[in-house]
Design a protein around this ligand. Structure first.
Ligand code: AMP
Length: 401
């Protein structure tokens, strides 16, 4: 973005303001808005005006009974006052995303003005990356900035389609997007070694590509969460009623073989906290992870596993963490995830670089109160995982080409 001449330009910027709202349409967590504020201020300080684009929720999927868009629920106007407060200046709202009114309001902007467009997903053409819709967005601005890493894995009009209409000197990444890419690249391109990946979460089937790729990159892979039991069963262990994907046993063994061939150490939890049902009030006890009795299921890693994983983390110089190590939403089964969060924070304090990202891992690290003690917490979710899997993200490609 530093290569762009912003003076007196109308800057069309895609941000990810898809924030949660309560029943009264009040913002319950404004993290996503606050993360983009430095980029917005940077551009305004350079003497430009801003035309802000974002989606909010899934208005196409959640249409009203008569088939129309629920404009009242999904309007971005719910955010106008809050953005205005954070920017400390007036924000004008445009009730359309493209067309006459949007064009007229953008034409009237002068340096320092801010215009917020209506939800990009009110138009089906957004998700289709429709060229005509993209061209109409393009008509609103002189320059395009993408600061929406969270949606960079989607080939949509506002995240990718529109960028194709701008010349290289007229488009760039926002500060948040650039920071996200730089941090992911620290892990992907030049990790200090040993590099340890902690992969948790429910299912192996969701993380196959990620695991396959990490075997090529990491020195150690710690596997926890429900997915660990598919690996343990594949190796001949008894997993009782634990979550287990029987269709993936062969694949689990293939991944283990590949890791061996690549000299990557896979660490599975030696012991588990097992429960007699999937319930916060269930009876629980510690069991060896490969000797779980019928009628019991592993819902967290056990004390030995926590300590063994900590030894690996202590010796690591780069740590990537995706996915909780147990059912951390239930207090009784959150210890493995919370203890590991503390251990990642300690390793960071000792000089390791740590990147936490992807869905539940972020709420897990928040819950542990350790957000400020790791190197970087990604806002990326699906986008980060797609990037780590080695795929080119449409939102990134459209800026670079
Ligand atoms: P994911 O979206 O794949 O990262 O999975 C996150 C979900 O996995 C969370 O809701 C956890 O409760 C769940 N999970 C973690 N460990 C287990 C386990 N041992 N058994 C069942 N679910 C688990």
């Amino acid at each position: 973005m530093h290569h762009i001449d912003f003076k007196d330009k109308k800057v069309l910027i895609r941000v990810d303001f898809n924030v949660p709202l309560n029943g009264s349409n009040e913002i319950t967590d404004d993290t996503r808005i606050r993360k983009a504020i430095p980029t917005l201020n940077y551009i305004l300080d350079k003497g430009a005006s801003l035309i802000i684009m974002s989606h909010l929720g899934r208005p196409q999927k959640k249409r009203l009974e008569d088939g129309s868009i629920n404009r009242e629920k999904f309007t971005l106007n719910h955010l106008t006052n809050h953005i205005s407060k954070l920017l400390n200046r007036e924000v004008k709202f445009c009730h359309s995303t493209i067309g006459g009114e949007a064009k007229m309001m953008s034409d009237r902007l002068t340096a320092g003005d801010v215009l917020l467009l209506e939800n990009t997903r009110f138009h089906e053409e957004e998700a289709q990356s429709d060229p005509e819709f993209s061209a109409m967005l393009r008509a609103l601005g002189d320059v395009y900035v993408n600061d929406a890493f969270g949606t960079a894995h989607r080939d949509h009009a506002s995240t990718a389609g529109v960028a194709r209409y701008f010349k290289p000197e007229e488009k760039g990444f926002g500060l948040l997007m650039k920071t996200e890419i730089d941090n992911a690249d620290k892990v992907l391109k030049s990790p200090r070694r040993p590099f340890t990946a902690i992969i948790g979460g429910a299912k192996v089937s969701d993380k196959i590509k990620l695991l396959d790729r990490l075997i090529e990159l990491a020195n150690h892979i710690i596997i926890g969460g429900g997915m660990a039991y598919t690996f343990i069963k594949a190796q001949g262990g008894k997993v009782g009623d634990s979550l287990c994907e029987n269709d993936y046993l062969d694949l689990a063994n293939e991944l283990l073989d590949k890791a061996k061939a690549e000299d990557v150490e896979i660490h599975l939890p030696t012991d588990s906290i097992v429960a007699d049902k999937f319930d916060a009030q269930a009876n629980s006890k510690v069991s060896e992870s490969n000797e779980i009795e019928e009628g019991w299921m592993g819902l967290d890693i056990g004390p030995k596993a926590i300590a063994e994983f900590d030894q690996v983390l202590k010796a690591s110089k780069t740590i990537l963490w995706n996915g909780p190590l147990g059912v951390f939403e239930m207090e009784k089964f959150s210890e493995g995830t919370l203890a590991t969060a503390h251990h990642v924070a300690s390793a960071t304090m000792e000089g390791a670089y740590s990147l936490i990202g992807g869905g539940d891992s972020v709420s897990a690290i928040n819950k542990a109160g350790q957000t400020d003690e790791v190197s970087f917490v990604s806002t990326g979710g699906g986008a980060l995982l797609t990037y780590l899997e080695g795929k080119t993200l449409p939102g990134i490609k459209a800026i670079l080409s």
